[in-house]
Write a protein that binds this ligand. Sequence first.
Ligand code: SAM
Length: 368
Amino acid sequence: MSKYKGDEPDLNRITIRPVVLKNQHLLSFLYEYKTNHITKNLTIEQSIAFFQAELGNHFFNAHLLSDEWEMQLSVTKKGKVLMKKYPNKNKTTQDKTNASHDRAKNRFVEQDRPYLRELGVTDARSNVIPAMSRKWKQINKFIEVLSRAIDNTGLANHQKVHIADFGSGKAYLTFAVHDYFVDKLQVKTEVTGVELRQNLVDLCNKTAHKLSLEGIKFEQGDVQHFKAQGINIMIALHACDIATDYAIHMGIRTGAEIIMCSPCCHKQIRPQMKSPTMLAPLLQHGIHMGQEAEMVTDGLRALLLEANGYDTQVFEFISLEHTSKNKMILAQKRKQPRDNTAILAQIQSIKEFYGIKEQCLESLLMSS
Ligand SMILES: C[S@@+](CC[C@H](N)C(=O)[O-])C[C@H]1O[C@@H](n2cnc3c(N)ncnc32)[C@H](O)[C@@H]1O
């Protein structure tokens, strides 16, 4: 709905889309102001009453878009109502096929969410900008994986959820997780993005302010010195080297129900590793040595999480064609602790086999 002539000088238009929240079909109204956006969800009956009250009184244009048709309604100064209906010419057959395919595939994140537009993932018509299609896939996969973990841990039933994202960068995933909890699950959420680079912190805080989002903030800090408490979900995606260990440690120490990390650059273990002579012909290739160091580093992290009360999976986050940093360690806190004697023994055997003297996460756990 556009051509607004009401009391709110900064209101440009309202964009409305159908949503299903807690099994109820609603319409989500996005009020687009000059500098910020506000969302209100109304029942179908409330929406009809709203349209009847507003169209022709405050809004003088309405544009209805379906897969097949577009309808343009305008109300003239003299109160005459004009309506045009025409096939949706902005979508080619190819587009339509892709759009419905995408919708089916990407059911965890909706393309018209305002943060996606603000972060430059989608354009003004909520189409994914081609250069951002990998990021779009990553955001979807991330929310898909997270949503399963949320179901398993029952976090959607909490009154309030605290989330920390270490090494939040440009915060695509930080905004996505906030939006998922607040808009989809309707759970009160406090999300903190922690990032080394002040310029990114400022940019992300500005974006949150522009979108009028509550419960999301960004702080400049180093994960190695950051003090946090009461975190339910600890996220560290592509935090460099041992920053991942510090983030996992913080998740364990604060009793996070979900720890989700995608490690990046494995520098600590590789120089310490001594492999059996028999493997030398294989490991003479730097790439193989790197892959082995990565496997050992992340394997030890997973075992340490298991030893500290978590069920842990290590898997491909998104397929190799999308990004090279595609491994995920997902840990979900067990309801009942387990006897960890055997796991601790496995960790020691692996360290001895490879001649590893120090692994950052293990040292942090021992000193806390
Ligand atoms: C590759 S980016 C990933 C951003 C985001 N998590 C994502 O996956 O899209 C890694 C970010 O972590 C930040 N970073 C690296 N080490 C850090 C540390 N010790 N503490 C806080 N942030 C860190 C970097 O500045 C960078 O912005």
